[in-house]
Ligand binder design. Structure first.
Ligand code: FES
Length: 146
């Protein structure tokens, strides 16, 4: 193989790989992100969670909300590029690019492309509370603890 031919092929290969990586990075923002786990998360006794409070579970990327009736779980992962959200006075905010969500996880301002994901909360056979990130529910769906 001629040297000139080799250099040309290497340059084309490098440009192709770079273009593919750039395209993958661009299109990744349109893929919905979840808490990053698909297996069930056993939380234990629901009474350990304060009433009328969103508790952040950093190891799972979730907020768990408990009120007097039951519990709900919402992803703490921003649907834009996956930053971990913070609580705001009436919802959630992204510290990375400023997306705002209301308390039901509905987008108030972007660049986030989607609402937050809510996950099914249920009880194990021995009575512990668990979250299933593989099962989406509506924001208003609540696991009744009482
Ligand atoms: S990662 Fe949240 S707005 Fe960009």
């Amino acid at each position: 193989m001629e040297r000139r031919h080799f250099i040309r092929k290497a340059a084309i290969t490098l440009a192709s790989v770079t273009g593919a990586l750039a395209a993958a990075t661009y299109f990744r923002q349109f893929i919905p992100r979840t808490a990053g786990e698909k297996r069930r998360i056993v939380l234990g006794d629901y009474r350990q969670f304060p009433v009328d409070t969103y508790t952040f579970l950093d190891q799972h990327g979730l907020f768990v909300y408990r009120d007097h009736e039951g519990m709900r779980a919402v992803s703490a992962v921003c649907t834009h590029l996956g930053c971990i959200l913070e609580r705001s006075t009436d919802g959630f905010k992204c510290p990375c690019h400023g997306s705002l969500y209301n308390r039901d996880g509905v987008i108030l301002s972007g660049p986030a492309p989607r609402n937050l994901a809510w996950y099914r909360v249920s009880r194990t056979s021995d009575g512990r509370i668990m979250v299933d990130p593989g099962k989406r529910v509506r924001a208003e769906d609540k696991f009744l603890t009482s």
